[in-house]
Ligand binder design. Structure first.
Ligand SMILES: [Zn+2]
Length: 454
C-alpha cells in the first residue's frame, strides 16, 4: 500500500467523521468548563473531564483516567501501546478548560451553544482548545487499529488559570515521557496555510515604585518646586521606548530579525484592531517586533484617579510593567536590566523600589529532527502547500517544563486556533475545514513518524 492510497483513505474517512466531530464538539462546548469556581461551578469542569476520558477510552485509550492536580483540577491521562516494541512514543496534548465568555452582550450567538454562521462554528472553546481535542479524536478514529506508534495522552483542566500540570510533570515524568509531543493549542498563519509555532517569548513582571514626598501637597502653594512622584514615574516610563516605538532598555537587543514566515502588517492591524491613522510600532517588521524582540507594556499605574482627584502633588506612585523577551535572552537577566535602567533614569533623586515577579523563560523548539521532518511532510500532504514556521509573542510555560523534563523530545505546537478564531475574545469560532485538515495532518504524521523512526 503506497502513501497515496493511505492518504486518500484517511482523507475520506475524516470527511466521513465530520458529522460526528460536529455533534461531539457541540456536546463539549455545551459544558461551560471555565476553571474558576467564582464564575462557574467546578462540577462543569468535572463533567468535561469525564467526557474527555470517555471519548478517548472509546478511541483506544482503554486505561484513560483522571489525575488530580494540586489545584483540585483533573487532567485526563492515558496510554495506548502499540504492538511493535521499537515504535516511538508520541504524547498528545490539549486542554478542556476554557476562558470565561467575558462580555456576553458582545456575543452574536450563545457562547455555550455551538452555532454555525457563514461556514464557521461559533462557541467558547470551539477552537481553544476543544476543537483541538476533536482533532486528536478524529485522527485516531480515522487510523482505527492502524496506529503505528505508542501513544500517550494528557488533556488538562486548568491551562487558562493555574497551569497546575506544570507542577505535576516533574514528579510524574514517567507518565508523559515521549519522543515527540504534539501540543495542540496553537494554530496556522491563516485558514488553509499550515504552520507550526517554533518560538515563544519569555515573560516577567516588574513593579516599580517612586516616592518623593512625605505626603500630598497643595499644588498651588508647592507646585513648581516640590518633586512630583507621578511626574517622575511618567518620565521614567517614557524612556522605555524611542520615538518610533522601539523598546530601549540598555543591554537588551532590539534589532533581532524573525527568520520564519512573516506576519503581514495589514493582517496584524486587523488582528489587533489598530485604529485608522494610528501607526504600528518599531523599526522592524511586525514578526520581528512581536516574536524576535523585547517589549515592555505598562499594565497598570497606581496614582490618584481622575474622578475624586484633588489639586495636590502626588507623593508616591507605582507602575506594573510586563516584559517579554525572545529566545536567546535570559528572562531574569532581562528583568534585572529593566530594573537597572529604571533606577538609572529616575530624576531628582526620588526614591525607587523595584520588585521582579515570576520570570518565565522563552522557548525555542528544537527543529530538524525526525518528528519535524514527519510533520512537515504531513502538513504538505494534508494542505497541499508547504508548512511555515511562526512565532508567538506570548508564553506557554508548559513548553519549558516539558523541554526540561524530556530534553530529547521534539515539541510541536500546532492546532486549529488561526487568527480568525478570536480565542479568548467574544465570538470565538473554529473553521471545520481546519479541524479536518489538522486531523488528517495528525494521522499522516503518526504514520510517517513511525516510518522515519523505523
Ligand atoms: Zn488554549
Amino acid at each position: 500500500m503506497g502513501s497515496e492510497a493511505a492518504d486518500t483513505g484517511l482523507r475520506e474517512r475524516i470527511e466521513g467523521l465530520m458529522g460526528q466531530v460536529r455533534a461531539e464538539l457541540a456536546e463539549l462546548v455545551a459544558i461551560p468548563s471555565v476553571a474558576d469556581p467564582r464564575q462557574f461551578p467546578p462540577e462543569e469542569c468535572a463533567r468535561a473531564a469525564r467526557w474527555v476520558r470517555d471519548a478517548f477510552a472509546g478511541a483506544g485509550f482503554t486505561d484513560a483516567w483522571l489525575a488530580e492536580m494540586s489545584d483540585g483540577s483533573q487532567a485526563v491521562l492515558g496510554s495506548r501501546p502499540c504492538p511493535d516494541p521499537d515504535a516511538p512514543t508520541v504524547l498528545l496534548y490539549a486542554h478542556y478548560d476554557v476562558q470565561p465568555p467575558l462580555n456576553e452582550a458582545a456575543w452574536r450567538t450563545p457562547p455555550f451553544e455551538l452555532t454555525e454562521v457563514g461556514g464557521r462554528w461559533y462557541g467558547r472553546g470551539a477552537a481553544d482548545c476543544k476543537g483541538n481535542i476533536l482533532v486528536h479524536l478524529a485522527a485516531l478514529r480515522a487510523l482505527g487499529d492502524q496506529v503505528p506508534v505508542n501513544l500517550k495522552l494528557v488533556v488538562e483542566g486548568s491551562e487558562e488559570t493555574t497551569g497546575a500540570l506544570e507542577e505535576f510533570v516533574p514528579g510524574n515524568a514517567g507518565l508523559l515521557r515521549a519522543d515527540a509531543i504534539l501540543i495542540c493549542d496553537s494554530g496556522n498563519a491563516a485558514v488553509g496555510q499550515p504552520a507550526v509555532t517554533v518560538s515563544l517569548r519569555g515573560v516577567a513582571d516588574v513593579i516599580v515604585g517612586v516616592e518623593a514626598l512625605t505626603s500630598e501637597l497643595h499644588s498651588g502653594l508647592f507646585g513648581g518646586a516640590a518633586p512630583d512622584a507621578l511626574a517622575a514615574l511618567v518620565a521614567m516610563l517614557a524612556t522605555l521606548r524611542d520615538d518610533r516605538g522601539n523598546t530601549t532598555i540598555p543591554g537588551l537587543d532590539n534589532t533581532q530579525v524573525w527568520r520564519g514566515a512573516p506576519y503581514p502588517a495589514e493582517t496584524f492591524r486587523a488582528d489587533a484592531g489598530v485604529l485608522e491613522g494610528v501607526s504600528l510600532l518599531g523599526d522592524g517588521a511586525v514578526a520581528d517586533m512581536v516574536w524576535s524582540r523585547p517589549a515592555v507594556t505598562i499594565l497598570g499605574i497606581d496614582c490618584p484617579p481622575v474622578d475624586g482627584s484633588a489639586a495636590a502633588i502626588t507623593p508616591r506612585a507605582s507602575a506594573k510593567l510586563n516584559l517579554r523577551v525572545p529566545p536567546g535572552t535570559q528572562t531574569g537577566e532581562a528583568a534585572e536590566a529593566l530594573v537597572r535602567h529604571l533606577r538609572a533614569v529616575a530624576p531628582w533623586g526620588v526614591r525607587v523600589t523595584t520588585e521582579i515577579e515570576a520570570p518565565g523563560p522563552p522557548f525555542a523548539a528544537r527543529t530538524g529532527g525526525p518528528a519535524y521532518q514527519a510533520i512537515e511532510a504531513a502538513m504538505r500532504e494534508a494542505y497541499g502547500r508547504p508548512m511555515v514556521t511562526l512565532g508567538d509573542g506570548g508564553s506557554i510555560p508548559l513548553c519549558n517544563v516539558l523541554a526540561d523534563a524530556y530534553p530529547d523530545a521534539e515539541l510541536i505546537l500546532m492546532g486549529v486556533e488561526e487568527p480568525l478564531a478570536l480565542i479568548h475574545a467574544p465570538n470565538e469560532s473554529v473553521d471545520p475545514a481546519e479541524i479536518a485538515a489538522m486531523a488528517l495532518t495528525e494521522a499522516l504524521f503518526l504514520q510517517r513518524y513511525a516510518a522515519i523512526r523505523r
